[in-house]
Design a protein around this ligand. Structure first.
Ligand SMILES: [Zn+2]
Length: 167
């Protein structure tokens, strides 16, 4: 059973606390909805800290997801490796606009009862490709035929060439 990790984010940062765990992807409903075959488990670590007098949270998530390649529809493994530093702010109004945010930081509204698994799921969804695909050389479907919806003459030519090619 994965515990529901709920933290007081400001306190967590100021005390420089640290928690970590492993979550099966089956506990991420939105990820499962978007990537029906999402499988596997993700390791995560959350570190509190204070940077320049400002409370921060650093989230690290890593692991391999089992997805379906959108080109050949076969299984593929997708590696997740995320590290994000959030500056905690009291409310949405305290988040600087893009022009003001010269350091291009990530901000997070502080909560007294923040559910860590939701933050992890948000980050993973942001990091996911819209249509996960094998690398071209690993994919069962060669060329871009499925994506273009009609045969790409160039890809057909390449297929002919690689059929005869021997090294
Ligand atoms: Zn593929």
């Amino acid at each position: 059973m994965a515990a529901q990790n709920i933290i007081n984010s400001i306190e967590f940062a100021r005390k420089a606390l640290e928690i970590h765990g492993t979550i099966p992807v089956s506990q991420f409903p939105r990820l499962q909805d978007a990537y029906a075959s999402a499988d596997g488990a993700l390791n995560w670590r959350l570190l509190g800290n204070v940077n320049d007098g400002k409370p921060t949270l650093q989230l690290k998530v890593s692991g391999d997801l089992g997805l379906t390649c959108q080109r050949c529809l076969e299984a593929m493994s997708y590696n997740i490796d995320i590290s994000t530093l959030y500056y905690l702010v009291p409310d949405e109004d305290a988040i600087p606009s893009e022009e003001e945010d010269l350091d291009d930081r990530d901000y997070l509204v502080a909560e007294t009862h923040m559910q860590v698994s939701e933050l992890i799921e948000d980050e993973v969804l942001l990091a996911m490709p819209l249509a996960p695909k094998h690398e071209q050389e690993d994919c069962a479907v060669k060329g871009d035929r499925l994506e273009l919806g009609k045969p790409n003459p160039f890809a057909v030519l390449q297929g002919l060439k690689s059929g005869k090619h021997r090294d």
